[in-house]
Design a protein. Structure first.
Length: 226
């Protein structure tokens, strides 16, 4: 059974090119012309993955993504953007985006990104991880402190924290983390990673025995005082 891709793009020529390319690669394609229409299509019919332009009339891709995350926390979401500002890219990740592709791009790169996101969307056997007084539940993307105070994480935050927890006491190479989450190591991803680590430190502030250490020039380590 082919994967169902929802393509939300207001450029009709680009929509046609992407649709034909993905169909030749055995994907089922459903299209929408703006974020409002895309939200409606997803609400009614769902999708295995969403590819969405950022700048669209009526409702932009970010707002559509934000509303879709209220419906489905796990469907992979890939943004297509002509923007290059780091703040815009970080905003896309923070609202629940899984990846982004800067325009113009090669169709082969889009296919590779889509296949990687679909592979990563496969459910993991172990959804719960514990560190100090915290429990991370990947299935709900929730971080709970002492079974009392809970914080909802973005998908990126949850994946990064899981990687730090399973490697607690050891430095995780920054490039490895970027490849795991975004499948690339570039200045935009590196700045995004720094921003997400800063947020994770804030989430973990209640337990003084836990800290995320910056191993300068190498990566990050989740340290736990015994």
């Amino acid at each position: 059974m082919s994967n169902r891709i929802l393509l939300v793009e207001d450029d009709l020529t680009l929509t046609m090119i992407i649709s034909e390319t993905l169909q030749r690669n055995d994907f089922e394609i459903v299209t929408a012309r703006d974020g409002e229409e895309g939200l409606g299509v997803f609400t009614r019919h769902g999708a295995d993955l969403i590819v969405a332009d950022v700048m669209m009339p009526r409702m932009d891709g970010f707002e559509m993504g934000r509303r879709i995350r209220q419906i489905d926390r796990n469907v992979p979401l890939l943004f297509l953007t002509a923007r290059s500002e780091i703040d815009d890219i970080v905003e896309g990740f923070e609202l629940g985006g899984n990846d982004y592709l800067k325009k113009p791009f090669k169709m082969l790169e889009l296919i590779v990104r889509i296949k990687a996101l679909l592979r990563r969307a496969t459910p993991e056997e172990n959804h719960t991880f514990a560190i100090g007084g915290y429990t991370l539940d990947l299935s709900t993307q929730t971080l709970t402190y002492l079974e009392k105070e809970s914080t909802e994480l973005s998908l990126i935050e949850a994946k990064l924290l899981k990687e730090l927890i399973i490697n607690a006491g050891h430095t995780v190479d920054a490039s490895t983390m970027m490849q795991l989450i975004w499948q690339r190591d570039d200045p935009y991803s590196r700045n995004s990673l720094h921003g997400f680590i800063h947020k994770l430190r804030h989430y973990l502030r209640h337990d003084p025995s836990i800290s995320i250490l910056n191993q300068r020039g190498i990566g990050y380590m989740l340290a736990v005082k015994r």
